[in-house]
Write a protein that binds this ligand. Sequence first.
Ligand code: TTP
Ligand code: MG
Length: 274
Amino acid sequence: MLTVYRVGGAFNRNYSFFAGVSQNSQMFSTHKKTISNFLRNVVSKRSSERTFTVCVEGNIGSGKTTFLNNFKVYKNTTVIQEPVQLWRNVAGTNLLDLFYKDPGRYAYLFQSYVQLTMVRLHAMHTPQPYKIMERSAYSAKLFIENMKRSKTMQDVEFFVVDEWFNWSVQNAGIHTDLIVYLRTSPEVVYKRMRDRARKEEDCISLEFLTQLHQIHDEWLLNKNFSSLPAPVIVLNGDKSIEEMMSEFNICKDSIYSKGSLHEMEIGDAESQRI
Ligand code: TTP
Ligand code: MG
């Protein structure tokens, strides 16, 4: 059964910490405690029952795969990268490529498959106590919402994929304990995407990335898109790979030490946050 954590008042107060709103020292110290307590609560409650699942979300090119790679050295953790390779070879067909070449024709088919592969990864039994995933079935929903808004997908196609999504959430053992949102600016991810040059993504425009950015923000920052399945940590994904290491360390420590963040680490990182 799905356990839904809603982000309540306590975590909303934390958000100002993550957003880097300037704090006086007293407030800052209160936030440190709140975050520690909050994460300790969430992590210990979930990990005592079953695998603790963290989903890393963010725009195309926000650095999700790189962020996940850092977890690979930990033997108590299963790292599940997004199955882009599967989408590129569906019974010998590159569905990702077909989708970008003819979105009107292939969006529904592509998103159906994306959703199936994501649900399978959620449902996959992993022996380790921690499971870190690139994206989730939830964020695949952001893409279909964007396709509906841009009329790439017909309303009825959206309806069917969305029904599958709703059914899966209720019945397919999908759960998330914590979401890490690598929040980026569209211009930064546009440049990264051009630099990495994944061939199927040649046609992606800055406008498209801006739409996806907005919808990620609606969901994970403004919390007015659809209900959140778990608490959210927002990190500044615009930073360089080297700078992201300090962000990673905070996440890692708070997850593995069941939420007990060390004061020094929080203090160090605060000034760098968005
Ligand atoms: P992302 O899921 O954003 O993965 P990424 O590897 O590009 O991100 P990062 O650099 O942060 O690791 O996108 C993979 C591709 O799949 C991209 O072209 C967008 C597309 N996609 C959809 O079209 N629909 C979906 O539902 C999802 C999840 C991805
Ligand atoms: Mg990736």
